[in-house]
Each structure stands twice: as structure tokens, then as C-alpha cells.
Design a protein around this ligand. Structure first.
Ligand code: FAD
Length: 382
């Protein structure tokens, strides 16, 4: 379907091999224990894929968004929580890559390719979809900013070495008064709350963070004062593509398991894959996943080509279509596999729990439809 060049093919083959040999065998265990797989971070870093989007001069491989989407898809087929390591890393890194000055990029980006982790901290207990109701404040004082506030659900929050954190430096200006900072691990005033106990994606860490008179030096500000909201929106558009790719991977993983099972499960004297009821369900699962994949790749192409008029619409549409597809396909996978599908001995129940998150984070699917509709009805030139 997609013509890859030689280098891209080699990278994807490596990812496939790592996924099958190293990540798949750990998937059920990290889910069961709710354990963050540090060994997987090491494997990603050793193979140069912890930060694929980073340009080579900062230690990455300068991957296009399309290739990164395919990498995420490949890993998500066997373990979505492991793919989330790369997504959270990109989410924390992109605010710096998109708007940081050269000094900031050189200080913080290369270490992310080598194994240090990052996080993206926007959400607060009272500010989810309505992110402008954020209460975290940054007050400038003697060449630094003093941050006070609370963040929640932050992926990698308590284990990240650097956090791209959003706050109002001028709350009266609303969106134009938001600023984003690099908060470094070990900073006085950075206090960790609980790590969440979740339904799915259990091999990833989600933390509460408290900023208590947290001092951030001025040189850690990303871009200018007031750039924060634009920075957040740019990063989130990309992240919606990542979530879409993760969802496509989850759906494909569930399909692979389903077909394999349906060919082996004997009822009424033959494999259940011979039953038309099962065949039609699987045909729908495959068709819906292929459609979601095409939309996701199109969103990636628009990001790669910097098609400003299309990026927001396509990233949000890809996100809600792919994640709704992943939810439906994984639910149907459990159905095709009957009682065995419901058991933890098989991976589809985990995939179903993991799929649920893709409908919620990086903007819920209701909000994704609001964004797409706004683009459809309000954008004059398409
Ligand atoms: C596991 C996990 C990881 C996460 N990781 C991060 C992270 O790394 N960094 C970060 O900053 N955040 C992160 N988040 C936060 C995530 O992005 C938010 O949970 C999400 O944006 C929704 O916000 P909320 O949970 O407050 O829901 P709410 O905004 O309270 O929404 C509740 C319901 O109301 C609906 N709703 C709200 N407003 C509207 C509207 N205008 N129109 C229609 N429906 C609406 C929503 O769709 C939803 O169904 C994470 C969340 C989870 C669960």
C-alpha cells in the first residue's frame, strides 16, 4: 500500500523483530503487574528508536511522521503500553522541538534519544477538555519563574527527566497568556502525588504532579511568554496522529489473534472460521481497520507536507475514527473468541482495555468531533 525506501524498510523490519521477540513476551506481565518496562526503554534507546522524529543532529533518526506512525502501529500490535513510551516521549519532546531556541534544544533533546524520558503536562483536575480553565500560574521573579499548581494523569509524570509544563504567565490574556516551560527532575518544589491505578495501558505510569513554589530558570522557557497555547495545540495535533496509529495497531493485533484462533477453534465438527457469522464479523473488523489505517496515513502525510489547512481536521478525524475502530474491533475479537476471549490467558481482553484509552486521551473523541466540525464549517479555503 505504501512505497517505503530501503532505509525505512530496514527501520520497520527492526521494529517488527523487536516487537515480536522482546516486547510481545513482556506484554501480559507488565499489564498484570502494572509495571513500567524500563528494559523496553533500554531496547528502544539501543536501537535508536526512542525518539524517531528527532533530527539526526539531536540524536534521532529524523523520521517522517508517516514512518513514526508505522513504528507505533507495529509496536501497538503486540503491546500498546510499550508504544505509549514512544508517544509520551514525543509529546514531551515536541514542545521543545517546535518552539524552543537552539540552546534549549541542544541542552535537552539529545539526552531523550539516549534513554532519558520526557512528559507533557497540561491536564489539571479542573481542566481537561476545557484546558483554558487551567489554574497553574507562573510568576516572573529575579530571572526565574515561580510555578504553582497541580497537574494530573501525566504519562511518565513521576519518572520523566524533563517535563514540558504549561502555566498561565498572564491569566487575564487567556490563551495568549499561557507559557510553557521545561521542568527538570529534582527541581525543588516539584512534588509527586499518586501514580494512577488504571483499567488498561497498565504498563505505563500516570502521575499527579504538584508545583509548590517551583523555581524554573528563565532559560527553561520554551519560546516566548504567551506562546504556550499555540505550542500546546501544535503538539496535540501531532499527538492525535500518534494515538490514531496506536489504535490502528491495537485493532490489527486483535484481528491477527482472532483469525489465528478462529482457524483453530473447532465447534460443530469444524473450525469456527468456516461459519459465515464469524466470517462476516472478521470481514467488518478488517475493512474498518484498513479504512482507519488509510485515514491515519493521510493525516501523517499532511503533517509531513505541512499542509496547514488539512492537519487539524485530518489528525482529529484519524484519531476518532481509528480509536472508535479499535474499540469496536477489540470488542468483536473478544466475541469471536467466546469465553476464551474474556480470559487473561489470551491478549484480546487486554487489547480491549487498552483500546478504551485511545478514545479518551489527547482530546476525547467528542472533542475531536468538535475540532473536525469546526474545521469543516468554519475554514473558508480547503
Ligand atoms: C491514561 C491517561 C493518560 C493521560 N496522559 C496525559 C498526559 O500525558 N498529559 C496531559 O496533559 N494529559 C494527559 N491525560 C489527560 C487527557 O488528555 C484528558 O483526560 C482528556 O483530555 C479528557 O479530559 P477529562 O478527563 O478531564 O474529561 P472531561 O473534560 O471532564 O470530559 C468528560 C466528558 O465530557 C465530554 N465533554 C467535555 N467537554 C465537551 C464538549 N465541549 N463537547 C462535547 N463533550 C464534551 C468529554 O468528551 C467526556 O466524555 C491523560 C489521561 C489519561 C486517562
Amino acid at each position: 500500500m505504501i512505497e517505503l525506501n530501503e532505509e525505512q524498510r530496514i527501520i520497520l523490519n527492526t521494529v517488527k523483530q523487536i516487537s515480536l521477540e522482546k516486547i510481545k513476551p513482556r506484554a501480559a506481565e507488565i499489564d498484570e503487574k502494572g509495571e513500567f518496562p524500563w528494559d523496553t526503554v533500554k531496547i528502544f534507546a539501543e536501537n535508536g528508536i526512542l525518539t524517531p522524529l528527532l533530527p539526526e543532529k539531536y540524536g534521532g533518526i529524523g523520521a517522517e511522521y508517516l514512518l513514526f506512525a508505522m513504528i507505533l502501529e507495529e509496536i501497538s500490535k503486540v503491546c500498546a503500553a510499550s508504544a505509549l513510551i514512544l508517544i509520551a516521549q514525543a509529546d514531551g519532546m515536541l514542545p521543545i522541538l517546535y518552539m524552543g531556541d537552539e540552546a534549549l534544544k541542544e541542552r535537552f533533546l539529545p539526552q531523550l534519544a539516549e534513554g532519558k524520558l520526557s512528559a507533557f503536562a497540561a491536564t489539571e483536575p479542573g481542566a481537561g477538555s476545557d484546558i483554558l480553565s487551567m489554574r497553574t500560574r507562573a510568576v516572573k521573579k529575579d530571572g526565574s519563574y515561580i510555578l504553582n499548581g497541580q497537574k494530573c494523569f501525566i504519562t511518565n509524570g513521576s519518572i520523566a527527566d524533563i517535563i514540558s509544563a504549561y502555566a498561565y504567565s498572564d491569566p487575564d490574556k487567556k490563551a495568549k497568556g499561557m507559557t510553557v516551560f521545561v521542568v527538570e527532575k529534582g527541581s525543588k518544589g516539584l512534588v509527586y502525588g499518586k501514580n494512577e491505578n488504571k483499567m488498561g495501558m497498565r504498563g505505563s505510569i500516570n502521575s499527579e504532579l504538584f508545583f509548590e513554589d517551583l523555581m524554573v530558570p528563565e532559560e527553561n522557557r520554551i519560546g516566548e511568554e504567551g506562546d504556550g497555547f499555540g505550542n500546546m495545540m501544535a503538539s496535540l495535533k501531532s499527538s492525535r496522529l500518534f494515538t490514531a496509529a496506536q489504535a490502528v495497531g491495537i485493532a490489527q493485533g486483535a484481528i491477527d489473534e482472532t483469525i489465528n484462533y478462529a482457524n483453530q477453534r473447532i465447534q460443530f465438527g469444524g473450525p469456527i472460521s468456516k461459519l459465515q457469522a464469524i466470517q462476516f464479523m472478521v470481514a467488518d473488523m478488517v475493512a474498518q481497520t484498513e479504512a482507519a489505517r488509510l485515514l491515519t496515513y493521510q493525516a501523517a502525510r499532511y503533517l509531513d507536507k505541512k499542509k496547514k489547512n488539512q492537519i487539524s481536521k485530518f489528525c482529529s478525524m484519524a484519531k476518532f475514527i481509528a480509536s472508535d475502530t479499535a474499540m469496536k474491533v477489540t470488542t468483536d475479537a473478544v466475541q469471536v473468541m467466546g469465553g476464551y476471549g474474556y480470559m487473561k490467558e489470551f491478549p484480546v481482553e487486554r487489547m480491549m482495555r487498552d483500546a478504551k484509552l485511545t478514545q479518551i486521551y489527547t482530546g476525547t473523541n467528542q472533542i475531536m468531533r468538535v475540532v473536525a466540525a469546526r474545521e469543516i464549517f468554519e475554514r473558508k479555503i480547503d
